[in-house]
Design a protein around this ligand. Sequence first.
Ligand code: ZN
Ligand code: FE
Length: 257
Amino acid sequence: MFKVLAVPAFKDNYLWLIHDGRHAAVVDPGDAAPILAALASHNLSLSAILLTHHHADHIGGVPALLRQFKVPVYGPRHDNIDCVTEALDEGNIVRLSQPVLELTVIEVPGHTRGHIAYFCEAQKWLFCGDTLFAGGCGRLFEGTPQQMATSLAKLAALPDATEVFCAHEYTLANLRFAAEVEPGNRALQERIKTEQAKRDQEVPTVPSTIGLEKATNPFLRYREPEIVQRLRSEGRLYEDVPIAAFAALREWKNTYK
Ligand code: ZN
Ligand code: FE
């Protein structure tokens, strides 16, 4: 029986512990202290570290974890992270022995040049760092709108039931922007109520699912006529090609309050 445990860190990060009740792999340990505390309180020993990209809030805890656990560190080849011992490319399969789990590597450049996601087909779990967020997507620090749109399309092609374990609790702010650009989306209005209720109880809104993201996330829906129309009426669309709509959405979201 495998489980994924959300370990909150910093202001709004989630670090993920994949475990079988005895051993655990951690995804994106930006901080070691909350991971060590979670391992102790659940009686787990750490067997692997998985990294999605090079930002400090995703890798900062690695040295301290390695001082206590001699474990492999998996990460994207093209983000050049010092502590990575197993550099990964598109299509590589990470075979964990404790817990026994296979994860397929999907290259998703855009937020960073080398950003990768991990997909566990058997469990339908996606660990996607700062690429696909619940209701949004990561900022384009090192990539182009075209790269990010292509990366998101790869993730959107996964089964609808896939659970999306992203790295931040940005959902309500993302959905507020989504409602601004696609006010007529009923599924989105419903989702805002559901997610608001979770936050009122201080429950994480993550994981979501690929199906829900396809129905409500504007960065997967930028071809929708209502969104294109909305961008036009705001004077934000300069070219009549889908990627221009994606770029305009990302641009708008960067400054949206
Ligand atoms: Zn990041
Ligand atoms: Fe981050």
